[in-house]
Design a binder for this molecule. Structure first.
Ligand code: C2E
Ligand code: CA
Ligand code: CA
Length: 639
């Protein structure tokens, strides 16, 4: 027969063009990319072997018998490899979040291995194999050819069924491409039967490779064209591929803040110009590591396991210590980095974004130029925070908070003369949530003003309704948060509420921590003076936990100092702490302020503190914080 080989030559050109275009562009390496590369090579070799085996058939008479077999074996071997590799490729595309297990490899590869064995033994079993050369050195088919067809057909059918079942995993155009591959194969096989001399089957395969390249494997799909780095799609693909292959790796998260300001003031053009500069800088700084843009201001750099990325972050912090310039304006931007171990900390690419935000929150504003290493529970913590936040929002609307009272004992009067109001969150299925956990969250999310007002109002109502002064209570302590102290209108709000309940202003003591004093000096002083004028007193809370308490103590008109429980407790542990406590107390007394000792849990502590000159005690020895009814009962028992 006079075979027509033009289509095979055209096929080589097509594959070569696709390969050039594929390898020339920088792309990411995922499991499906690897199978695609294998698929391209197998297709290429099949075409080449098709040509060489066809040519060889023309010259069998001049060749020794064994040499006649070699090109045929190569061709038939590469031919049966096509559908297997294609099936693996399809599996890796539609199952991008799941591993291919060993047993699956075995089951799928098994028949293929059989096919190869058939090809290899054909020369030895002659008429019983796939093909053989008869006495006249003519190429003759054997019965095993039909087994070969059957296996190949099952592979193609397998990939077809897989796509139909899992069609949700691919886009419509990708689905069509996958069907097209199968359709083209079938058409070419039919054409081949009708016109045996026309070798067109391999050309069909190469066209299919090109289609897949264009719709499923185009490296351009993975590039953010505006900024020239890999995009979120690429990040998802690489992330999932690493996870399904059981690889461990680190992600260096880079988050930039201050960009919105540029957009607002200098315009979008400047913003995108600077973004481009940043991305190019990151790409250069990351060297061989891939840089992904995962959101407007967040970037991820893929690192190997054990690599903490310090060589990159050093460069980043160094660059960001200098301003960027655009249109003559100099712009300083802040940058934060975090290191996320995968899969220990993040198991899917979506988590990475949330973890980057959570890391930034944990880092706080104070520490700079340091990479935060995300810990294992950060997501769980973040989720709990979200739930608590929800519960607080709901609680503010639906009575989800309650104020507890912890009595304060006066040493001079030997009875309970005061109490601290402490907020409690009613149980909403999160277990006990301590104010130490939810108050900082409320501060971060702007809920603290409403919560603070709720507590203050509830305290005023309680004092007024139960006429606490008749039960020997001289005042109630209410905690103020930093955020409240920064409000210019704080005094108006508080006085307004007290007036609603016609409260004697002397019934209220406000407690604040040193951080409130530091954060808002002028505003706070203004507020304090206006409130003190009315008769309200102030207490400095948590004394002994900060560093410059003495300065704060002198700067502001505090009437009371509350010694932190840690200071009280450590006095029984060491001589030094004991002497510190003693001197602190006498110093405060010298300054004419009164002292409340917190965390008094035993009679021994109470005796010791009384001897040192403390005026008031608060602690479990007298009572835990209790709800208002129990508080009233405690008052009746004690006073
Ligand atoms: P804080 O102002 O230092 O409140 C004293 C804390 O010490 C309370 O914890 C109290 O239950 C605890 N405590 C008192 N005596 C003892 C004792 O003898 N032993 C032990 N182990 N603990 C004792 P609580 O109620 O969990 O409050 C924690 C923090 O939450 C408070 O610390 C305060 O900073 C904040 N907080 C509570 N309620 C409010 C509020 O209404 N507004 C604001 N802004 N913060 C509040
Ligand atoms: Ca307090
Ligand atoms: Ca305290």
């Amino acid at each position: 027969m006079n075979y027509i080989l033009y289509f095979d030559y055209a096929g080589i050109c097509v594959i070569a063009a696709v390969m050039f275009s594929f390898f020339y562009r920088q792309t990411i390496k995922t499991r499906s990319t690897r199978f695609f590369i294998a698929f391209m090579f197998v297709a290429l070799f099949t075409v080449i072997f098709d040509i060489s085996s066809t040519e060889a058939l023309k010259h069998t008479q001049q060749m020794p018998l064994w040499l006649c077999y070699v090109p045929q074996i190569l061709y038939l071997g590469s031919l049966v490899a096509n559908p297997v590799i294609y099936l693996f490729y399809i599996i890796s595309v539609v199952r991008d979040k799941k591993a291919i297990y060993k047993w699956e490899y075995l089951i799928i590869f098994g028949p293929f291995v059989l096919q190869i064995i058939f090809v290899l033994i054909s020369p030895f079993i002659k008429g019983a194999g796939i093909f053989w050369f008869n006495e006249n050195k003519e190429y003759v088919h054997g019965p095993l050819l039909y087994v070969q067809y059957a296996i190949t057909f099952s592979y193609i059918l397998g990939s077809l069924i897989l796509v139909i079942v899992k069609r949700k995993a691919v886009t419509p155009i990708q689905e069509i491409t996958i069907y097209l591959y199968i359709a083209i194969n079938v058409i070419c096989v039919v054409l081949q039967m009708v016109m045996p001399e026309l070798l067109i089957q391999q050309f069909g395969i190469t066209i299919a490779v090109m289609l897949i390249y264009m719709s499923l494997q185009n490296p351009q799909d993975y590039i953010d064209k505006r900024q020239g780095a890999f995009n979120g799609l690429a990040f998802d693909a690489v992330f999932n591929s690493n996870i399904v292959r059981g690889r461990k790796f680190n992600i260096l998260g880079v988050r930039i803040s201050g960009l919105r300001y540029i957009g607002d003031t200098l315009g979008e053009e400047s913003e995108s110009e600077i973004l481009k500069e940043i991305v190019q800088f990151l790409i250069r700084g990351a060297g061989k590591k891939r840089v992904f843009i995962i959101s407007q201001t967040k970037y991820a750099i893929l690192l190997n396991e054990g690599d903490d990325g310090k060589h990159i972050t050093d460069k980043i912090y160094d660059r960001f210590s200098q301003p960027f310039s655009s249109n003559g304006a100099k712009i300083s931007l802040a940058v934060n980095t975090c290191l996320i171990g995968c899969p220990e900390v993040a198991t899917n690419s979506k988590d990475v974004l949330s973890i980057m935000d959570l890391c930034l929150e944990e880092k706080g504003v104070a520490e700079h130029n340091e990479t935060v290493v995300a810990h294992k529970d950060i997501l769980a913590k973040g989720q709990r925070e979200t739930l608590i936040l929800q519960a607080m929002r709901q609680g503010l609307k639906e009575n989800g908070f309650e104020v507890f009272y912890q009595p304060i004992y006066s040493v001079k009067q030997k009875r309970l003369t005061s109490a601290e109001a402490l907020i409690r969150m009613k149980d909403v299925g999160l277990g006990f949530v301590s104010p130490d956990e939810f108050i900082p969250l409320a501060e971060k999310n702007g809920l603290i003003l409403d919560i603070g007002e709720f507590v203050f109002r509830d305290v005023c109502r309680f004092i007024n309704e139960r006429k606490l002064w008749e039960m020997g209570i001289e005042n109630v302590h209410v905690n103020l948060s930093v955020v409240q102290c920064m409000q210019e209108s704080l005094h108006e709000v508080l006085i307004g509420i007290m007036d609603e309940y016609a409260l004697d202003y002397r019934m209220i003591h406000l407690e604040m921590t040193e951080s409130a004093a530091v954060a808002s000096e002028e505003t706070l002083k203004g507020n304090m003076h206006k409130l003190i004028e009315k008769g309200i007193s102030f207490a400095l809370d948590d004394y002994g936990t900060g560093f410059s308490n003495t300065v704060t103590m002198m700067k502001y008109p505090f009437k009371l100092i509350k010694l932190d429980k840690s200071m009280v407790w450590s006095a029984s542990d060491s001589e030094k702490a004991m002497s510190l406590l003693k001197h602190t107390i006498s110093m405060i007394k010298d300054m004419n302020m009164e002292i409340v000792a917190e965390g008094v849990e035993t009679a021994a502590q109470a005796n010791m503190l009384a001897k040192m000159g403390c005026d008031y005690f608060q602690g479990y020895y007298y009572s835990r914080p209790v709800n208002c009814e129990n508080f009233l009962k405690t008052l009746q028992e004690h006073n």
